[in-house]
Ligand binder design. Structure first.
Ligand SMILES: *[C@@H]1O[C@H](CO)[C@@H](O)[C@H](O)[C@H]1NC(C)=O
Length: 428
């Protein structure tokens, strides 16, 4: 009897341990217009290389058009690569229930359909204005067709921690919740975890996942679609720390994989994607791919539940190409333009302690960094057209060094751009 009891306890503990934490990335299907199935496979492999388990497919249109067909390619590619997907309806568009039901039905039995506790998960961007009756009808129509889903929407007006209980009393139909808010709310201070903790705790009563958004940046400058920046200078480091140390959500959703227009992409810039006429003015040449190195570290941290060892000395650094006070000849000076610091930001990821120097023009900062991750920065200089230099030095030996490849211009620009360029140096 004693032996059996121990075995049951041990297997219950084991089950808990192997229920791995999940990391998704928000994927804008509208940017897949020119994709073939092999383009999907390329993105999926790049995501898998850093530990991402799946994409939340943000679909914008309600009428059958290219996004529906591209989504089918995504499922085919994901099935062959053992990658997961869920549908994230952009409810700021005018979706009809029948179109949503047919899209969910088309993919619910795919081996790539992500399941939460045995049921396919469906998410959204917004959708609270449709009301609970819309969502309960959507779910019961699917249920009648034999598909029981888990609904985990991002009802974006629910941001105030004080509204968490009214989310549940207003929406009897929701099972989980996706907190979209992964940037400060138009304030010049850091994002807190107050919203995360309140909604995570509230939604636990429904059994569905609490999905926490983690984002590296927010800047948009498209006339008619918005012009703003949010304070994001060190967000990509501290938001992940909030996820792994404080919030510990069921699922992290990286916002985003490929939303170029809002500057929070971590994918390589795909030259096939048509971004219209304005986004390319601040996206082209502003590579973010090395932000994935930081994500890889924290994804491993999140899944293990403890800090992984860094094995390769590296500094990832990012900076804007213009000081915030500059006058540009076109574009709109964005809302909150005074918030970001005029500085080069550098995150050291070290196997062993070292001294890290970041310089630009006449400005130099050296900081001691222990094993693991350490954030540093150096302010922009007053001299025009400077480029940063970054160096890792251990005792008197240089471990790695290198330059940024975008100059910081002090004397004029052609378009308001607060999207950073991201570079790295690594030990060879
Ligand atoms: C960092 O620099 C200080 C001052 O030069 C030096 O004493 C120390 O040994 C350096 N630390 C490492 C880990 O290289």
């Amino acid at each position: 009897m004693f032996g059996l009891g121990v075995a049951i306890l041990a297997s219950a503990a084991f089950t808990k341990v192997v229920q791995a934490q999940t990391v998704f990335a928000h994927f804008m299907v509208q940017n897949s217009y020119s994709y073939s199935q092999s383009d999907w496979a390329t993105d999926i492999k790049a995501a898998q290389a850093i530990g991402i388990d799946g994409f939340a497919l943000n679909i914008a249109t309600e009428t059958p058009n290219y996004e529906i067909a591209k989504m089918a390619d995504a499922y085919a590619a994901a099935e062959s690569l053992d990658f997961k997907l869920w549908i994230s309806f952009d409810m700021t568009y005018n979706w009809a229930e029948a179109d949503m039901v047919s899209l969910v039905t088309a993919h619910a039995s795919s081996s790539a359909a992500y399941q939460w506790k045995g049921k396919p998960l469906v998410s959204t961007y917004a959708g609270e204005s449709q009301g609970d009756s819309f969502w309960s009808s959507f779910k019961s129509t699917l249920s009648s067709a034999g598909i029981d889903i888990v609904l985990a929407p991002a009802f974006t007006t629910y941001r105030d921690p004080a509204d968490a209980s009214s989310l549940l009393s207003t929406f009897s139909s929701i099972d989980g919740f996706f907190n979209w808010w992964s940037w400060p709310a138009d304030v010049n201070s850091l994002l807190t975890t107050d919203t995360d903790l309140a909604y995570k705790s509230a939604i636990a009563a429904r059994g569905g996942p609490y999905i926490m958004a983690v984002s590296p940046w927010q800047f948009k400058n498209i006339d008619g679609a918005g012009d703003w920046v949010e304070l994001s200078d060190t967000l990509w480091n501290y938001r992940w720390q909030q996820a792994v140390n404080d919030v510990k959500p069921d699922i992290v959703e990286i916002v985003t994989w490929n939303d170029y227009g809002e500057s929070h992409y971590i994918s390589d810039i795909n030259p096939n994607v048509n971004l219209g006429s304005q986004a390319p003015l601040y996206v082209n040449g502003f590579d973010h791919s090395y932000w994935r190195d930081i994500a890889q570290y924290y994804i491993e941290y999140f899944k293990k539940g403890s800090a992984p060892a860094v094995t390769l000395d590296e500094v990832v650094f990012w900076y804007r190409a213009f000081p915030k006070g500059i006058t540009c000849s076109s574009g709109t000076r964005p809302r909150n333009a005074d918030f970001p610091a005029d500085a080069v930001f550098a995150l050291a990821m070290l196997a062993e302690p070292a001294n890290v120097t970041v310089s630009i023009g006449s400005q130099t900062t050296t900081f001691y960094a222990g094993a693991g991750l350490t954030m540093g920065s150096v302010p922009f200089p007053t001299e025009d057209k400077q480029i940063p230099y970054v160096e890792i030095k251990r005792a008197d030996n240089e471990v790695a060094s290198g330059y940024g490849s975008v100059y910081v211009d002090q004397s004029g620009c052609t378009y308001y751009n607060m999207n950073p360029w991201v570079g790295r140096i690594t030990a060879t």
